[in-house]
Every structure is written in structure tokens, then in C-alpha cells.
Write a protein that binds this ligand. Sequence first.
Ligand code: AMP
Ligand code: ZN
Length: 270
Amino acid sequence: MKLETKVKNTLKKIKIPKRNKILVALSGGKDSTVTAYLLKRFGYNIQGIHIDLSMGKYSQKCLKAVRELCRDLKIKLHIYDIKSEMGSSMCYLRTSIQEKQVKGKLKNCAICGVIKKWILNRESRKLKAGMIATGHNLDDEAQTYLLNVLKGAPKLSLTSGPITKNIKDKKFIPRIKPLFYVVEEDIREYSKVKKLPVNYEKCPCAIDSYRIQVREFMNTLSTKDKENIVKNSEKLLSKVKRNNEKILYCEICGEPSRNNICKKCELIKT
Ligand code: AMP
Ligand code: ZN
């Protein structure tokens, strides 16, 4: 099936009202770039948001690509500058969090992921967006599921899907992943065919060894194998009974959280 048809079907499955304002989380990489390109092409009401992580040349190239894309697509771009908003670059924030952790240091990508999610939810609510779209693809999803299985905690994937399955809450903005069923290689090729402005460099801080090992293993799999992981895990997880989860508001920042203090504040305060 063609990439465009796959994405159209995914969007149909998640039923998004066309008037709904969707904020696309743009990293400057190929996945979120293709996500924005297709959502715009399919007539959705989108705007872009980029978190400038202040990571030297890499961040400058990402920002340049994002600006170019938003100009070409004629969409509004919101920039969240982590240095001015949070006081330091992502590298510094992350290292200071890791230095304070006595045991079981959290991996770079895990820390960055928690902080980015926190920013995206808060900013999209401020901007009155109905949804956040990210560029997560089939490879990312299969990797995360396998990692969760290897950690002995497949239930961590319960909220994952082309649309988040968290409990509904007015402060929680649903996240959608239009490329959920598309393999990374197809996205790379599509971005090249369409000559989209993309920074193809990898994040210099993505050195989570466990994820890299899983990724290397996944590179030996066929598209069908990867699809099986994602589709069968979705089927399996849809049958798992969920405990009576409730949403609380973080005592420090007020953001929705499963605990009294949200993950981001827990990290920053340690
Ligand atoms: P990653 O965790 O880096 O693989 O990114 C997954 C998705 O998160 C991307 O496809 C983007 O939609 C979003 N994202 C990552 N980095 C940024 C960023 N700096 N600014 C905005 N969105 C981002
Ligand atoms: Zn908090």
C-alpha cells in the first residue's frame, strides 16, 4: 500500500474533525516533516511547534529545516526556546538531572522525552490546539514495544497507539501519530522524493545503548515482521484490563499526571 493511503487510513481510523486545530511537533527530522506535509495536503488545520533544545550546530540545522518547511507549507510556527524558558540547554538540564541520580541513571532519550512531552502538552493547551501530532513511525513503535517487553513491562505500552489512550482530561491534549503504521525507510524515501527540507543527522545525544541494540536487531527484520510486532501488540494490549487509573494534577506545575508529582518535576527536583 502507498504511504499516502496508509496515512489516510490511519487518520480515518482516529476520526479527527477537520476543523480541529492540530499542532505538529516538528523536530526538523524526516518523520515530523512528512507528518506536517501530509496533514496539510489532506486539508487539516495545522500549525507547527518546534522545541529549540539549544544543542549547538545540530539544533541550528533543525531550526533552519523547520522554518523552511513552515514557510513552504504556509503554516504558523511556534518556537519554544528551552534556554530562555527553562534556563538552560537540554544537554545541561539532562546532565544535571543525571548527576543527581544516585542509582540507575536515566538514559538521555528518556529524560529528553519526558521534558518534550511536558512542554508539548502545556504549550498546545496554551495555544488552544485540539491535538498534538508527532512523527513516530512503525519502527519507533515496534522498538518501544520490544524494549518494554525486554524490561518485563509490556503494560507500559498500554497508552500507545495512533491516538493516545490515556484517560480523557481537559488538561491533557490527545497525541496522534499519523505515521504509526509506516516503516522508517518508506518515510525517508518519501521525504527525498518530495524534496522536503529535512535535517537527516541523528541527534548527537541519542546514545541509549539498549535502544540501539534493539534497533540493530530490528534492522534485520522485514517490514512484515515489524508490522506484526505493532499490529499484534495492539491486539494483545486491547484485551488487557486496565486498573482504575485516574488523572491527578501535579502539585508543582499543575500538569496532568498519574502521581502527585509529574515525571518532569520529579526529574528536575531530584
Ligand atoms: P524522537 O523522540 O526524537 O524520535 O521524536 C519523536 C517525535 O517527537 C518527532 O517525530 C517529533 O514529532 C517530536 N519531536 C522530537 N523532537 C522535537 C523537537 N525538538 N521539537 C518539537 N517536536 C519534537
Ligand atoms: Zn509537574
